[in-house]
Design a protein around this ligand. Structure first.
Ligand code: F3S
Length: 639
């Protein structure tokens, strides 16, 4: 008794450790997902673990991030993923079938299961009561090979939803409100468990929007109960046999609790350039817009796009606005096509894109110079749209559609027509674009194009590490800052030597050259270093360039795990003031590293300044072994 949902799932999957907030635990993973941007690397890593078939209940490989085929690279990578999946027992969702999180929610999510995905928005599946966590590709590869997933037992924060949303106020506004309250650092070490009477007013896709953007809080994950509304969704997807009820005990205990009064929420926008820079649309005012983009894994469900179609029906997109719409899956697109809603959307002057991530990751539809873009996506980091001078606002589909008609940012409550959308009794079910793996994988030949290059593997950690401060960066550096993933670079996701030439190039374009010139060294950073995506390229490229350690005020969870997995030592200033004592190119020396890892304290000598300061290495016993071995692959091979 007294158990919340998170602890119920953790307890059922616990392999090692004690469920006590902050304590390291290992859990069994039921399902995994990968997407193409991180998947090539994850499957290369899976191959190096030498297993014939994945040992999960279900593993799915998606292709959704980059479908622009301007050269051979993407097509070759897709073929590699398809064949390696067929060989090793992984389902393959073909390009065009949809965005991983939307398709996963529709076709594979299961209440009570655990999921790791090599994408930071994997928590979307928490919308059905799944414990779904973003992880680095190597952690996902290890889970596919049957290994446990290691996390620190999270604190569980109850988000008590009270009341009901007013018309034209959306699920997106709920999560924007949580971001406004808690900021992009507010979820670190936490799982957000949604509860309260307001839960049953939200459909599964609405819940998925909320759990999806829990990633922007830096949370381990977010989760909803699995209830009658969840059952309705599973019935409509023809999967009621995979549903089970999941709710907290009546006297469940939580570490923290906050309340959101749904009736009091107004339409919100996250202003440039952070998802927590949130303000009411009414107070931002009617700024002129150049683009509206609807879609992404946050807001691309059938329900979202039916509402958009109802708003656009019989109207025209403003002459100065480009409205682009990317449905989240083929299921969504085909249903809109069959019921006529797609015709309403096209007739309004909107542009229809493929069922993929597309503009969310800068793959096409970059705004013009200084362009103002309203996006229903989850991130508005500087430069992510592909245009450095663009101003991106994150909004609900309702706000994006109404504003696209008016040409200015508009409070959607000005639109007075009813756009209620009921859950369809049956979704259109056609899994023919999900390819089953070969029964006898031995027969399958894995196809490797010339773009598939070996990835760097670290060496055993030495007792003394030294080098220059190659770069010094501020707070909230994202994985996009570290390793940009724009349309020109994404095709090289399996080619680390090439990618590393662009490491940090929007922050300090001399970084890769300096790393080479000085034979590696250190990165010095502010707080929340590595926030954003799970992309382990943000650790692999620095590793390739010889980075030995990162000294920061604090780290984002997944990136810290990726550094450890690659044998790069993550260090936290004992006294944050020490950050100010280091300049770029200062020579740093750390002795007695191996013993210091055990005590958790290292002394860093700044040879250039003739000073020293202490840093903490906040890692578990197991992570110490991984660091000493020079990364998780070496550790796995040796143990
Ligand atoms: Fe794709 Fe953007 Fe989501 S890149 S997985 S739609 S965050």
């Amino acid at each position: 008794m007294k158990k919340n949902i998170v602890y119920k799932i953790l307890e059922a999957h616990l392999v090692e450790g004690e469920l006590k907030a902050g304590e390291p635990i290992a859990i069994k993973i039921d399902q995994t997902l990968t997407q193409d941007s991180t998947g090539t690397m994850a499957y290369l890593q899976l191959e190096s673990l030498n297993i014939d078939k994945v040992r999960t209940k279900r593993s799915v490989a998606f292709v959704d991030h980059n479908m622009l085929q301007q050269g051979f690279e993407n097509a070759d990578d897709h073929k590699f993923i398809q064949t390696v999946a067929a060989k090793h027992g992984v389902l393959f969702s073909k390009p065009g079938n949809g965005i991983c999180h939307q398709v996963f929610l529709e076709r594979f999510s299961c209440p009570g299961d655990t999921l790791t995905g090599s994408d930071s928005h994997t928590p979307t599946a928490g919308g059905v009561g799944m414990l779904a966590m973003g992880a680095g590709g190597l952690d996902v590869a290890v889970a596919m090979a049957g290994g446990a997933y290691y996390i620190n037992t999270p604190k569980v924060c109850k988000i008590n939803l009270v009341g009901k949303l007013s018309p034209m106020v959306a699920a997106k506004d709920i999560i924007l409100e949580v971001l406004r309250k808690l900021t992009v650092k507010g979820g670190v070490g936490r799982v957000f468990e949604y509860a309260g009477e307001g839960v049953k007013t939200l459909s599964v896709p609405e819940r998925g929007t909320i759990t999806n953007m829990g990633a922007e809080l830096g949370a381990t994950t977010s989760i909803f109960p699995s209830d009658e509304r969840t059952l309705e969704f599973f019935k409509a997807q023809g999967r009621e046999d995979e549903w089970m009820e999941l709710k907290p005990d009546a006297d469940a205990i939580y570490d923290e609790e906050i309340t959101i009064e749904l009736d009091k929420l107004a339409p919100l926008a996250a202003k440039p350039h952070s998802p927590d820079n949130v303000e009411e649309i009414a107070s931002i005012g009617k700024i002129k817009i150049d683009q509206a983009a609807i879609g992404s894994c946050t807001n691309s469900s059938y329900e979202d796009l039916m509402k958009v179609a109802k708003i656009l029906k019989g109207k025209k997109v403003h002459p100065d606005v480009s409205l682009v719409i990317a449905p989240g899956s083929r299921q969504v697109m085909e249903m809109l096509a069959r019921n006529g809603a797609l015709a309403d959307i096209i007739s309004s002057g909107a542009r229809i894109l493929e069922n993929s991530c597309g503009p969310c990751i800068g793959m096409g539809q970059a705004p013009g110079t200084d362009g103002i873009s309203l996006r229903t996506f989850n991130r508005n980091f500087y430069g992510r749209s592909g245009t450095l001078s663009a101003q991106v606002y994150l909004v609900s589909p309702e706000t994006a559609a109404v504003s696209a008609i008016n040409g200015v940012l508009t409070d959607p409550r000005e639109f007075k027509e009813d756009i209620t959308v009921e859950l369809p009794e049956k979704f259109l079910i056609d899994d023919s674009m999900i390819l089953k793996p070969q029964v006898d994988g031995e027969e399958v030949e894995v196809v490797r194009g010339p773009n598939i290059k070996p990835f760097p593997i670290n060496k055993e950690l030495t007792d003394s590490i030294d080098g220059k401060t190659l770069i010094k960066v501020e707070d909230n550096i994202t994985t996009d800052h570290i390793m940009p993933s724009n349309s020109k670079l994404l095709p090289f996701r399996s080619n680390i030597p090439y990618l590393s030439k662009f490491c940090f190039n929007t922050v300090d374009e001399e970084f890769p050259d300096n790393a080479e010139k000085y034979n590696g060294g250190f990165i010095v950073a502010g707080s929340n270093y590595g926030q954003g995506s799970s992309r382990e390229h943000a650790a692999l490229a620095p590793l390739y360039l010889g980075v030995k350690g990162v000294i920061a005020k604090s780290f984002a969870r997944i990136h810290k795990a990726n550094l450890i997995n690659n044998g790069i030592v993550p260090m936290v200033f004992e006294n944050e003031e020490s950050y100010n004592s280091i300049d770029k190119f200062d020579e740093l020396v750390i002795d007695n590293v191996l013993q210091g890892l055990e005590t958790g304290i290292l002394e860093v000598k700044n040879v250039t300044k003739n000073t020293s300061f202490k840093v903490k290495v906040e890692v578990t016993e197991r992570e110490i072994k991984i660091l000493k071995a020079g990364g998780r692959l070496n550790f796995a091979k040796n143990s």
